[in-house]
Design a protein around this ligand. Structure first.
Ligand code: GYE
Length: 343
């Protein structure tokens, strides 16, 4: 009997010790982020996983440059992916950043929807996410904040210029809109801000809105179709209606449209042309009288992004929304005061 009790005591102390040991390991390793794949020598350096949508415009190219320059200045390592204008490539890139266990993920969402799952995976992996340039429709708890332009205000600025330019006109003012990538937040906002201001005066009529996907080639094609279908040279026409004003969501499409106007020798001195981005070529076209107003969208987001990355990697809160300061340029300006645009 005594032997049996001894045996039971022996085994229960073994089990007890094993449980204690197990609990200790569990407590010591709980919440500890799996050792990142990044090698030892990178452990101090912050690693930012950045998914860019592509290189569709001078604006986009400068945006990417600004981020690389600022990362170098801040000694932050970038894992970069160019998604070639495809959302599925961005989803793949973000998942690879999660596997690599980067410190922070930042991405330019090409469209507004379809991000919840991958952002939930990043959250489950404990990796904070910053939206850059464009916004999304998703549960706000899935990302830390947004850094970029105020597209609504850009649209309002374009409209305020048109209202000023047409103050003596009884109307109607027929407007042709060239919009950018469908279902992107920037197009939604630029269109909404523009209409918001014009809605106060019924003389302004948006007779058509055409998706040019922010591409110069599309801007060229759209203008070519208008010109070849109207067979007229004294201006641009849409289905027989003379276009009084063009509202283009980015300079690339605008410059493409100017390519066709010049190629076909169409007279557009009475056509009001308003563009967004303010790359150097469009500012030059404004100075040459080919455009009337250029609303700036500032691509230089690098320095502000690295500041947010540092803050969030240190566990600090970042603002939900950080707008990049912007301005606009018009035919009424003193052009001699202009500084080079750098893109
Ligand atoms: O206006 C355009 C680019 O998202 C603000 O995307 C950006 C826009 C910019 O293709 O040139």
């Amino acid at each position: 009997m005594k032997a049996k009790i001894k045996k039971i005591q022996f085994f229960s102390s073994i089990i007890f010790l094993a449980t204690v040991a197990f609990l200790l390991i569990f407590i010591l390793t709980k919440d500890k982020k799996p050792t990142p794949a990044k090698t030892e020598e990178h452990s101090e350096k912050l690693i930012l996983g950045f998914s860019q949508i592509g290189s569709e415009s001078a604006w986009r190219t400068r945006n990417t440059q600004s981020i690389f320059e600022a990362a170098a200045e801040n000694d932050i390592q970038i894992l970069f992916d160019d998604a070639q204008q495809k959302q599925e490539n961005q989803l793949k890139a973000i998942r690879s950043f999660i596997v690599y266990q980067v410190d922070v993920i930042a991405f330019v969402p090409i469209v507004e929807d379809g991000w919840d799952n991958v952002l939930q995976e990043a959250k489950d992996a404990g990796i904070p996410v910053i939206l850059v340039d464009r916004q999304i429709n998703a549960d706000p708890s899935l990302y830390a904040g947004f850094l970029g332009e105020d597209g609504l205000e850009e649209g309002r600025r374009a409209a305020r210029f048109l209202v000023k330019k047409c103050k003596n006109s009884k109307g109607p003012v027929n407007i042709y809109e060239m919009s950018g990538t469908e279902n992107s937040s920037v197009v939604r906002d630029r269109a909404k801000g523009f209409r918001e201001i014009l809605s106060s005066d019924s003389k302004f009529k948006i007779i058509h809105s055409e998706d040019g996907d922010f591409l110069r080639s599309r801007g060229k094609e759209i203008a070519e179709n208008l010109i070849t279908s109207s067979h007229k040279k004294d201006g641009l026409y849409f289905e027989g209606q003379k276009i009084d004003a063009v509202y283009s969501h980015n300079d690339s499409m605008t410059l493409g449209m100017l390519d066709s106007i010049e190629a076909y020798g169409v007279q557009t001195k009475d056509t009001i042309i308003i563009s967004v981005d303010a790359e150097q070529k469009s500012i030059d076209a404004l100075k040459e009288g080919k455009l009337n107003c250029v609303v700036e969208c500032n691509p230089n987001l690098g320095p502000m992004l690295m500041e947010l990355v540092r803050k969030i990697a240190a566990g600090q809160e970042i603002p939900r929304v950080t707008y990049n300061p912007e301005t606009f340029f018009t035919e009424y300006d003193d052009f001699s005061s202009y500084q080079p645009r750098g893109y």
